[in-house]
Design a binder for this molecule. Sequence first.
Ligand code: XMP
Length: 611
Amino acid sequence: MQHDASHDSIAVIDFGGQYAHLIATKVRRSRVLAEIRQPEDPIEDFHKYKGIILSGSPALSSFGEDSAYTKEIYNLDVPILGFCFGHQEIAKHYGGKVVNGKQEWGHADLHIQREHPLFAGLDKVEQVWMSHFDSVTAIGPDFEELGYTILGEGGTPHHFAAIGSDKLRRYGFQYHPEVDDTLHGNEMIANFVLNICECKPTWTMDSYVADQVKKIRQQVGDGSVFLLASGGVDSTVAARLFGEALGPDRLHLLHVDNGLMRKEESLAVVEMFKELGLAKNFHFIDATDTFLNNLEGMIEPEQKRRSIGDTFIEVFESEARRLGIEDHLLGQGTIYPDTIESGATKRADTIKTHHNRVPIIEEMIAAGKIIEPLADLYKVEVRELGEMLGIPHDMIWRHPFPGPGLGVRLLCSDGVVSDEDQLAKIGPKVSQSMTKFGLQALPLPIKSVGVKADLRSYEHPVLIHGDADWDTLAEASGTIFKTVDGINRTLWNLGANLPKTMRTVAATMTKDRLDLLRECDFLMMDALQRHDLYDQIWQCPTVLVPLEIDGVGQELCILRPIHSERAMTATAGRLPKKLLDELRQSILALPGISGLAYDLTSKPPGTIEWE
Ligand code: XMP
């Protein structure tokens, strides 16, 4: 990303795990720009920052794991603060000691030793959140202990929870101030950024708009921009920003209906752009047939994803040629996490391919043909910006919808169960593990994608059946993965009985199946709106699985309401009984539907989407 030298900024070194993005978001709440840097980035890349934060890591400092990073940062004359692993690295570098042991998990009380600008405005004892195997057991000569923790009533002090050297301007927190369980973590981070690094809080959304308008005008010159408008939050906010900078005449929007959209989605998108006053050069193409022809006969999830991605490029290129606008810069609503190794960290396994950075787009970026005005922002910031630019609230707070659309929610099959032996083995084990909860259980003869220990898994879901309260269901779901191998999802049966027979039906991506899924998805979304739950649920995929149950229908419908912050982890969202009863009535009555189930799986071990 292009660094903006007009604002003070902080580097967050990403040592892996999920911490770095959280830290950066929290720094930015102080209206100071934070950028993610990789541990091996050259020292020159760090010269522009007014301070550096070292993130936590799944690695162990005591064993010297992951200690290959640009250590010259310690020669820079700017303040450095480390959290957890980062804290231990700082302690070690300046003559302290780190050992494996004295772990702490969960809430702890931080006892602050003295008044210090890092803790300005805070109490003498603060709740913090710990998650570590390694501990600092000695600090170097220039350092002092700024705080220790006590775990539980009457516990003994655990030293060096917060350390610092005002002379060197180096500090460390063993706890994680970036997670909400550290009650005043935001204040601690703001204190570092504003009091210790003395950054000026100038990075506001107003300034962002002004900066971007200037940049867009510079990059586009007398030309025009061509933007793919999916109707999602990011491309809509980007369109609005381009409109602000260039006016409606020099902005061309293309909306492609790939046949994998929600019910009446494309119509709604067209209407919205009219309302936003950006419809002057709005082009719409219904490419359903092209997408479905290319998907014909495909079953394997990754193959389907690739086909949808490739067709998108094919359609977009031919449309650009047809409209005579292929010379325009291509606008994209790419956001910050997507620019950093597809959203997670560099070390993360590819669980599923993402469409943001396919080779052809990379080539266009290298040739300077892409313009991405949101590439510095996190989702929450895009939403804040969208609200500021007057985009309607309902549009801004829509659930995220994946690029490949309903394509990853309509499972396909050749009708053959390849691993019947394995299923026969799993069957009795899952039943046994559920008896203590008073539930019955049955593995499904199909597979879905999940994520285990940061790696992709492709395993069987289990259908559980019986009356139980929410806590029991949640506990049962958590237990099953621990006791039985080869499973990555738990579904709660919303049908009247546990199925006696289940038959995998041969099924591919057809318009009829997509229409049925669209109807189920519409009923689910409508129910969330009517029960005032839409804003409380972060996302809610509806999925069809080609299964005949007890000789009836061909599609098992799955509801997957989840809570999440950044989609890296998720938990199942709870739906009220009345809503579920309504959906039993409406969805089970649709022709072709064989059953209805409620996905209770957390991420990990499931992913949010099924493919
Ligand atoms: P998973 O299924 O990996 O999804 O837990 C995490 C989040 O990413 C969305 N998702 C995608 N979004 N293109 C996208 O733009 C994709 O290919 C894609 N795949 C998954 C998913 O809906 C969830 O919000």
